[in-house]
Design a protein around this ligand. Structure first.
Ligand code: DP6
Length: 328
C-alpha cells in the first residue's frame, strides 16, 4: 500500500547529564555525550503528509499557523529528510504539544523526534532506530534522545553516523519520577541554538566539558544500580555546571527566576530530611525535581504549596517515539 501520511508521537526528555555546546553547529555534534529519561505523558504529536501539489512546506503548530521562523526550521529539517528518503515534494505538517512550549521542558526534543519519525513513516520507509536518532539530532540535538525508549545515552561521536542515541535501560527499570515545578510557562527569550553557540565564550566551558565523561559514567552507573543518593549528587552538580557556563557566557544567560532558586534550596533541604529528591534545570526557569515514585506525591504537594509555582507536571519514564497512525 502506498502511504503518504503518518502521525507520530514522541515524549519530551529531561537530561541528567547535559548537552551544552557543539563541536559542529550545523551537524549538531555535541562537545560531550549526554544522558536523559523520556517523560511519559508529556508529548508532541505530529502529522506529516507528503503532497506533490504543495508549493512549499506548511506548518500548523498547536492549531495555529506557525511563525515563519518555526516553519523555516521545520522546512530545513524536511530538506534533510527529503534528501535521505529520495523525495522531491513538499509536506504539510501539523503538530501539537500537550505541555507548555519553550519553558525548559524541551519541546524541540519531542517536536523533532516526532517530525522525523512521522516524515519517514509517511514516506512508507523503515529506518533503523539508530539512524532515526541521527536524523532527529540534525533538527535539534536533544531530539536524538527522544527517539529510543526509557533511559537514553547520546554518544557525542566524531561523525554524523557516530553521534547517535540508544536506550541503556527500559522505562520500567527504575521508578524515577520527574515532578516539574513550572514557575513560568512563557516562551524563553534565548533559544538553545544560540546558547550552544556562545557556550565557548565562557572560560568555565572547558572545565565543564573536561569532567563530563566521568560524570556521565557515574550517572549511568547510579541509574543501573538504582542508587538514588549517587544519582542526586551527580545530576545536581552537572546542572549547576551548565548554568555556571550559561551565566558566564558573553552575553550572559540567566535562566533562573527567584522561585527557581527557592525551590533548588528547598529540594536540598527535603533530601536532607530523607525525601529522595534532587533537582535539574534545562534552559529555562522551571525546576525538574527527580524523585523516587513513592516520594512523588509528597514532593508534588510541597511544590504546590511553594510561592511562585504556577503548575506542577508529573511524569515517569516514557517509551520510544513511534508512528501511531498512517494512511494514504
Ligand atoms: C539545556 O537540543 O534544545 O536542554 O540542538 O539547538 O535544538 P538545539 O538545542 P537543544 O538543547 C538542549 C539543551 C538542554 C540540555 C539537554 O537537554 O541536554
Amino acid at each position: 500500500m502506498h502511504v503518504n501520511r503518518a502521525t507520530a508521537r514522541a515524549f519530551a526528555n529531561i537530561a541528567f547529564i547535559k548537552y551544552w555546546g557543539n563541536r559542529d553547529n550545523k551537524l549538531r555534534l555535541p562537545v560531550n555525550g549526554s544522558l536523559s529519561m523520556n517523560l511519559a505523558g508529556l508529548y508532541t504529536e505530529t502529522m506529516v503528509r507528503w503532497d506533490s501539489r504543495l508549493q512549499s512546506d506548511t506548518l500548523v503548530l498547536n492549531q495555529r499557523a506557525a511563525t515563519e521562523d518555526a516553519r523555516k526550521r521545520v522546512a530545513e529539517h524536511l530538506d534533510v529528510l527529503r534528501a535521505r528518503l529520495g523525495l522531491v515534494g513538499y509536506a504539510a505538517v501539523e503538530s501539537h504539544n500537550n505541555f507548555p512550549m519553550g519553558a525548559g521542558i524541551a519541546s524541540s526534543a519531542a517536536a523533532f523526534a516526532a517530525l522525523t519519525v512521522a516524515a519517514v513513516g509517511a514516506a512508507g520507509m523503515e529506518l533503523s532506530e539508530r539512524e532515526l536518532t541521527t536524523l532527529a539530532r540534525l533538527g535539534s540535538g536533544s531530539a536524538s534522545r527522544s527517539v529510543p525508549a526509557g533511559f537514553v545515552e547520546w554518544y557525542a561521536g566524531d561523525t554524523h553516523e557516530d553521534s547517535y542515541a540508544e536506550s541503556f535501560a527500559a522505562p520500567e527499570y527504575w521508578d524515577l519520577v520527574d515532578v516539574i515545578a513550572v514557575v513560568s510557562a512563557e516562551h524563553k527569550a534565548v533559544v538553545s541554538a544560540r546558547g550552544h553557540q556562545s557556550a565557548n565564550t565562557s572560560e568555565l566551558q572547558v572545565a565543564r566539558v573536561g569532567g563530563a565523561a566521568a560524570r556521565l559514567t557515574a550517572c549511568k552507573e547510579s541509574v543501573l544500580n538504582r542508587d538514588f543518593m549517587a544519582f542526586a549528587d551527580v545530576v545536581e552538580h552537572d546542572s549547576n555546571l551548565m548554568h555556571a557556563v550559561m551565566m558566564t557566557s558573553r552575553p550572559p544567560l540567566f535562566y533562573w527566576l527567584p522561585a527557581t532558586l527557592t525551590i533548588m534550596g528547598a529540594v536540598r533541604d527535603w533530601r536532607a530530611e530523607g525525601l529522595q529528591v534532587c533537582y535539574t534545570l534545562d534552559a529555562g526557569p522551571n525546576v525538574h525535581c527527580l524523585c523516587m515514585s513513592n516520594h512523588a506525591p509528597e514532593v508534588e504537594s510541597r511544590l504546590r504549596a511553594t510561592p511562585g509555582v504556577e503548575a506542577v507536571l508529573v511524569a515517569g519514564a516514557g517509551g520510544a517515539a513511534q508512528v501511531i497512525t498512517s494512511a494514504n
